[in-house]
Design a protein around this ligand. Structure first.
Ligand code: IMP
Length: 204
């Protein structure tokens, strides 16, 4: 039997990515699939807190096993900012990816330390338990945007061991090494292990 889980997102790109990694043993539903059209609050001051808030929201209202993610860009010279404020870095009340990137480049003008990391946290709520999974990719912030692929901060983020940005590397490379891919791989390994243990316990 398939393991059914809600992913607390309506981002089609993220859904595709996780369905591909999870494989045929998992039935992953989006918020739209369960007819949840709410603007789920993300008011915590950590990535872990926000991922848990979103997953608990679905669990409490719909009674379904689910997981949620939250991602932040942590820049060393900015003391870890924008961090939990990554999506609304330029404007507190809206998500403007180009303005976010411009603000980041402005804040780092003249700065030689350009080290940064993308970090994704996934919170899984299943059978009354809460589990957290983290994925991280180290890199640096370019001095100007380059590349046309991807989204968000991709044109200014150069992952370690390359001088190209995520937006230049394209989806095949990015989906192998990204923060989200690493967190998702940990989640899927956990779910597969759990499903195998349950099958053994059932004598299947
Ligand atoms: P979310 O938690 O996935 O919604 O992401 C929070 C913020 O980080 C948004 O501004 C995204 O644009 C940005 N972000 C998340 N993942 C990536 C990525 O892989 N590349 C570039 N920006 C990202």
């Amino acid at each position: 039997m398939k393991t059914r889980l809600v992913f607390a997102t309506n981002n089609a790109h993220k859904l595709e990515e996780i369905r591909a990694i999870a494989g045929a043993d998992f039935d992953i539903l989006s918020l739209a699939d369960i007819r949840c059209h709410d603007d789920i609050p993300e008011t915590a001051d950590t990535l872990e807190g926000n991922a848990l808030l979103k997953a608990r929201y679905v669990r409490e209202r719909y009674g379904l096993n689910c997981f949620a993610d939250d991602t932040g860009l942590e820049v060393r010279a900015l003391g870890g900012a924008p961090g939990v404020h990554t999506a609304r870095y330029a404007y507190p009340d809206r998500h403007d990816p180009e303005a976010n990137t411009r603000k980041l480049l402005r804040e780092l003008e003249g700065q030689t330390d350009r080290a940064a990391a993308f970090r994704t946290v996934i919170a899984l709520l299943t059978d009354g338990e809460e589990h957290l999974f983290e994925g991280r990719v180290e890199g640096r912030i370019a001095t100007a945007p380059r590349g046309t692929e991807g989204f968000g901060y991709d044109p200014v983020f150069e992952p370690e061991d390359t001088s190209r940005t995520f937006a230049e590397l394209g989806p095949d490379v990015k989906n192998r090494i990204s923060h989200r891919a690493r967190a998702v791989a940990r989640l899927v390994a956990f779910l597969k292990q759990r499903a195998a243990t349950a099958r053994t316990a059932d004598g299947l």
